[in-house]
Every structure is written in structure tokens, then in C-alpha cells.
Design a protein around this ligand. Sequence first.
Ligand SMILES: Cc1ncc(COP(=O)(O)O)c(C=O)c1O
Ligand SMILES: N[C@@H](CCCC[NH3+])C(=O)O
Length: 417
Amino acid sequence: MHHFQYKGHDLYAEDVAIKDIVAKIGSPFYVYSQATLERHFRAMDEAFATVSHTICYSMKANSNLAVVKNFVNLGGGVDIVSGGELYRALKAGASPSKVVYSGVGKKDDEIEYALNTGILMFNVESEQELTRISEIANRMGRKAGIAIRVNPDVDPQTHPYITTGLKNAKFGITIDRAIEEYRRAKGLPGIEILGIDCHIGSQLTKVSPFVDAIKKLKNVIGKLKEMGISLTYFDLGGGLGIQYNDEAPPLPADYGSEIIKETKDLGMHLIFEPGRNLVGNAGILVAKTLYIKHRDEKNFIVIDAGMNDLARPALYGSFHGIKPVVKNQDGTITADIVGPICESGDFLAKDREVPMFKQGDLMAFMSAGAYGFAMSSSYNSRPRVAEVMVKGNKFEVIRERETVEDLMKGEKVPSFL
Ligand SMILES: Cc1ncc(COP(=O)(O)O)c(C=O)c1O
Ligand SMILES: N[C@@H](CCCC[NH3+])C(=O)O
């Protein structure tokens, strides 16, 4: 059951017509379906129902409090990458005992904050970070639970910018160094070894790279056992892809059964850090047609949302389906869908055949719930757009549209000017 669908000519999110949201708050905005968020979380959770596990939502994909809270209510933990995300996670009611902290550049104050909060574990990404966490925890009289993020040198077969588990990527500790670092961790004050972690990339459309990574990590786990280091948690990161266009990623249930098959002999508690899979297809971006420009060889549809609102097409050349909010167009047009930003890279679609949008027509960019609002900026002094959540026939603004005053907060002209 799809929660963004047409009823007659009108596009709906659950039982709310998108045009009714526009009538109330204008455009552009992101809108998320609560039912879809819940269904996606449950699908992932149920895929691992037969084994001990925690789904730690990777909140970088969409850190809106309401979205995080929704997963927390369903029993989810959270994968964070900054002190800011930890703050938001706690505000959303996340239990610190279900928080894992990844990221290559954890700062001292962030480490202290996480230790004070009592998070489950740090996914340690470098030799120096391990030392730093030990020093800080020791000074604070705390124990830091850690997993080493092992970079298994596996090709996830996805976009190069979102490939993280190849040995030339900045992420994690290379697999040939991992054993040595565990040995060192064992002797460090303030450190409690809890697990092992990897995250090989994002938008994976096959299970085989995950299985390859598991096999490599199992080898490390076996060697650690021989050294008397036994681990409780196996964190496999996130990365399971979604359908944007014609991809056919595995269903969570199939991903789950393959992973359970590979890991069940370990008897470890599994942790997953899905981001995109939970939120990507639960959100759309709604925008309005401002102008249509016809050239000899090219058409442009200028809309009121730009690369600052949805950066993925400009950054990765990624595809988002486009649908009219009200189907009343005759025929189609092939055009670039562009925003108001002063950059040629400001496009949301290139040479795309779309309905013959007219001035004032509304359009929806599908599959925009992950890395959409979260990566938006205020470039060109464009306040960030509103976010809305729908549940059944109700909708609420879950983040107000920014104002220019919001953007200028803390900015000032110095006394010498
Ligand atoms: C460490 C870590 N965990 C989880 C994720 C979530 O990835 P995805 O949104 O592909 O599930 C990412 C981003 O790729 C990540 O870097
Ligand atoms: N921002 C990327 C995903 C990055 C994954 C973060 N580790 C995207 O929009 O596809």
C-alpha cells in the first residue's frame, strides 16, 4: 500500500490532498507520511525478529524531531554523527543506551557530551580517536563502550561519493590494522570493548556486498576470540537502498534473512543503522512552477525550489520522480527543471519528460524523505522550507519555514565599519 497516491486528479499523502497543504502554508515544503515511516521501520525490525537486534535509525538522513520521535516510539535506537545529533536524539526521547556514535571527526566536547549522556558505544574510526576517547573517559572517570569501525575493503557498487567501505575511503580502520587496535584497546584505561562495526556505503541495491563484509568481519571476530576478546555487538551499519527510478533493491525481509544466515552462528546482538531505507520513500518535496522558458533546443521549467532545498540531483546526478500535484496538464514537455539559484548546477531534473506544467502548477519530487531537508541550505539567502507530517487525514507543520531573520541570527556589522 502506497501512501502517496492519486485520488482522482489529486495527489494525496495518506488522506490529505497535497493541494490542501499548499492552500494553508504555500510552497515549497517537504511532507512525510507517518504511516510510511512506521511501515518501513516495522519491515526492518520484523526482518530481524528472530534474532537479538536493535534498529538504530541513522538520523543524518532526516533529523526532524518528529521523524526521530516516531522511530523512538517504535523502539528504535539512533545512530548519530555529531553532538548536535545527540542533542536532537535526546530531545526526541531516544534512550542513550540505544545510541551509537559514528563519524571520523569526533571532537573532544562531543566525546565528553556522549560520555556524560551514557551512550551505548562509540564506533571508533581511527587509531588516534581511540587514544583520545580513552584519555577523555579516563579523565572523567568513565568507561567508554567502543566498537572499532572496520573498513573491510568491499565494493558496495554504488555512487562513488557514497561509497565508504573501500580502503581508500576516509572511513574506519583498515581491516589489516583492526586486530592490533583491539589489542591496544584492551590495555587502554577508560575503554570497554563491546563490538565491531562497519558501514560500507549507501544506496546498495544488492545484499552480496553486505555478505562479503560480514565474512571479512567474521574472520576478525574469530581472531579476537583466540586473543580472549569476545564481542557482544555486531553493527552492520546502514546502506540498504530504495527505489528512486528503476532500481530493484532487496526487500528488508530478504536482506534480513541473508544477514541472519551469515551471522547466526556468532550469537551476537546485531545493530543496524538504516537511514534512507526508513525515510527516503516516506517523503516528497512540493514546489510550484514559476516560469517556463522555451529555447530552440531546450526548455526550462523554473520552480520555487532549488538545489539549496534538494541537493541530491546537483551533487550526485540523482533521480527523483516528478508528479503533478493536480493532474490537469495536456501532453508532455521535455525540460530541465531548475531552481532560482545562481548556479548552472541548480537543477532538480535534466532533460526530463514531464507533464506540460503551466505557470502556477504544483509538482512533487518523489522519494525525497532522505537527505532532502537534511542537506538543504540557505544559499542565496533562501530561508529553508517548511516540513509537514501527515497522519491519516491530519497534517501538522513539524518545522516552520525559516525567515530571513532566522538566517541572520548572530550576524552583525562590526563596530569598525
Ligand atoms: C556510519 C553510517 N551509518 C549509517 C548510514 C546510513 O546510511 P543509509 O542512509 O544509506 O542507510 C551512513 C550513511 O551512509 C553512515 O555513514
Ligand atoms: N547524502 C547521500 C547519502 C550519504 C550517506 C551518508 N553516510 C545521498 O543523498 O544519497
